[in-house]
Design a protein around this ligand. Structure first.
Ligand SMILES: *[C@@H]1O[C@H](CO)[C@@H](O)[C@H](O)[C@H]1NC(C)=O
Ligand SMILES: *[C@@H]1O[C@H](CO)[C@@H](O)[C@H](O)[C@H]1NC(C)=O
Ligand SMILES: *[C@@H]1O[C@H](CO)[C@@H](O)[C@H](O)[C@H]1NC(C)=O
Ligand SMILES: *[C@@H]1O[C@H](CO)[C@@H](O)[C@H](O)[C@H]1NC(C)=O
Ligand SMILES: *[C@@H]1O[C@H](CO)[C@@H](O)[C@H](O)[C@H]1NC(C)=O
Length: 554
């Protein structure tokens, strides 16, 4: 799983060198650099600089620090410089900040928390995404060719638009992902661009921002707002947020997945700090694919400090610098190591954890509980040696088709002939059309009576009733369906395509008319054995009652 091979300083040297050129540390006399004519250098403000971003296509460099943003050419010439702070702000107050409403507001430094490139799409140009610690971590989009030009500014932010941690000490990481826009249709060219954000817990400000959220980047058609965390977009809800105080180190995408690397206190085990890698499918907007495993770096290196996706022996690998923490604290000591994890190995481990969680009831091959899903409050799935809880599937809790499809859970679907919400493999005839209606498929609907002909009928004249049904599961001729009017005995149903014909009940079997009414509505259930597949309503009227009513009104 891990290979602790090359010394860290060597591997991270290219990055360190670049940062040194940008910001000569005070201990290093500036002329050591400047006196060497082969070294280019530039002096910029904003220490400590937080982010350096290179646009591989244009060669442009973007640098984010405290109160300053820079755009540089690859020759380190400053093209554009933006001041982002200090401004009147307080983590206790929601923007816009008005001094008399927010006594704790002071001139506050703006720490750059996120600096990301949003690639363009067709005619639409890309942008530089910049999120700072001010104003509850709101973000802007700036022109890639000139960062002084704002493309989108979060003005009058609403509470769904707070993205980054409002505290300089609390980390925030993010990746931009592009996925198919299934729900909003073709208007936006069929793509949906989102930002997956991991942020640590902050004690001040809005307390309800989950550790991992999805933010909308494109398309943004009002009333939607950029960077907003929408109801239908995923967010990872885990118990008490302060308990899951993740220290995020890195977010990356690889293949069809997004990964987060973070450390936090292990709540279920020894309460020691550990590093975790978690993974989500990029196309999974509801976060049902979320799974996490602890990452071990032998020798007691438990706290990830930095990470990079690269190749090791020709295969994609995650390089992670790990430090040994001071006993039971999140504070790193100077003892550190580089651990390399092959992505294929990491994926295999994540897959294994997922399987154990979702399909094997959390029990490994030994029969011992290995993994755990706290499904009601999250999709969290920890691979742990011993746990006393058994995972609960949310499928069985849904007792009707509508609620089964509404939960949009990729592990659930409505098993039509069995009349239950179940896993796919638990539904006997899931391979046949319309037998297992997948909860996650937005276009899926329950078996429905679209029309019923005639919809009303004299109770004295039995007739043929034709039900037109959508999503009818395929059945063989030998498999009888029946119509059940109210609580009367079943009538055989004849299937012709998507239509079903039944005989309406004999007059003497029908329940009596409700007093004072000339008609009554009876339910018509379409049944397979004892399972109700769908229902409709039929009105029976009573001519005699109509005239009697008319008489009595005279
Ligand atoms: C960038 O935009 C700012 C504001 O619009 C403008 O003043 C500046 O000249 C532009 N810089 C470049 C290099 O185009
Ligand atoms: C890893 O190797 C593959 C194939 O050799 C290459 O296409 C890819 O760009 C490499 N990735 C990195 C991050 O160097
Ligand atoms: C009964 O159905 C007919 C058409 O099928 C409609 O014209 C009539 O209004 C309906 N009567 C009631 C009482 O619903
Ligand atoms: C049938 O009628 C009942 C009550 O009158 C109503 O609640 C139900 O939605 C109706 N069902 C259909 C399929 O129209
Ligand atoms: C009820 O009686 C009045 C006259 O007595 C008649 O015009 C009307 O058509 C009757 N209504 C029905 C529904 O039979």
């Amino acid at each position: 799983m891990l290979a602790s091979s090359a010394p860290p300083s060597l591997l991270f040297l290219p990055l360190l060198l670049l940062l040194l050129l940008l910001l000569p540390p005070p201990s290093l006399p500036a002329d050591v650099v400047t006196s060497d004519p082969s070294v280019r250098w530039v002096e910029i403000e904003g220490a400590p600089l937080a982010h350096l971003l290179l646009d591989w296509d244009s060669g442009v460099l973007y640098v984010g620090g405290v109160d300053h943003l820079y755009q540089l050419t690859s020759d380190l010439e400053v093209v554009s410089h933006v001041r982002t702070g200090p401004h009147l702000d307080s983590p206790d107050c929601l923007p816009p900040i008005v001094a008399q409403d927010c006594p704790s507001a002071t001139q506050t430094h703006n720490h750059n928390k996120l600096l990301l490139l949003e690639a363009g799409q067709g005619a639409e140009s890309g942008s530089l995404i910049v999120c700072g610690s001010l104003y509850q971590g709101i973000c802007d989009k700036r022109s890639l060719s000139n960062i002084s030009q704002l493309i989108y500014q979060t003005s009058n932010p609403v509470d769904t638009q707070y993205v980054a941690a409002n505290d300089p000490r609390v980390s925030t990481v993010a990746v931009v992902i592009t996925t198919e826009n299934k729900q909003e249709g073709g208007g936006a060219g069929g793509i949906l661009r989102l930002m997956l954000v991991g942020r640590g817990y902050t004690s001040k400000g809005p307390g309800d921002i989950p550790p991992i959220t999805t933010r909308r980047l494109y398309p943004v058609v009002p009333p939607r707002r950029a960077f907003s965390q929408e109801e239908e977009l995923g967010k990872l809800v885990v118990g008490s947020y302060s308990e899951y105080n993740n220290h995020f180190v890195k977010a990356i995408t690889h293949d069809k997945h997004a990964y987060f690397l973070f450390s936090r206190r292990d709540m279920w085990h020894k309460k020691e700090y550990r590093t975790y890698a978690s993974r989500l499918c990029v196309s999974d907007r509801s976060f049902y694919s979320y799974v996490e495993v602890p990452l071990l770096c032998r020798g007691g290196y438990n706290l990830a400090q930095g990470a990079w996706l690269g190749n090791h022996s020709g295969e994609p690998a995650l390089f992670v610098v790990m430090a040994a923490g001071q006993a039971s604290t999140p504070v790193a000591t100077s003892r550190s190591a580089l651990c390399v994890y092959k992505m294929a190995d990491l994926d295999a481990m994540l897959r294994r954890a997922q399987e154990v969680c979702y399909t094997e009831g959390g029990r490994g091959s030994s029969g011992q509980e290995e993994a755990y899903i706290e499904y009601a409050v999250s999709s969290k799935c920890l691979k742990l040696p011993k746990l006393s809880k058994v995972p609960v599937s949310s499928c069985e809790r849904q007792t009707d088709c509508q609620s089964c499809l509404t939960i949009r859970d990729p592990y659930c679907g409505w098993c039509v002939l069995e009349g239950r919400c179940s896993r796919k493999h638990e539904c006997q005839r899931h391979t046949e059309p319309n037998h297992w209606l997948w909860s996650f498929e937005p276009t899926n609907q329950c078996v429905t009576v679209q029309s019923l002909q005639p919809a009303n009928q004299s109770r004295d004249e039995p007739t043929q009733v034709t039900l037109s049904v959508v999503q009818l599961p395929t059945l063989t001729e030998a498999e009888p369906l029946s119509c059940v009017f109210d609580r009367l005995p079943p009538q055989p149903a004849i299937i012709t395509g998507s239509s079903i014909t039944c005989q309406s009940p004999q007059p003497e079997l029908l329940p009596p008319m409700p007093a004072g009414s000339d008609h009554m509505i009876l339910s018509v259930a379409l049944k397979f054995k004892h399972v109700t597949i769908t229902t409709g309503n039929m009105t029976f009227y009573d001519c005699g009652a109509v005239s009697r009513l008319n008489q009595s009104s005279q």
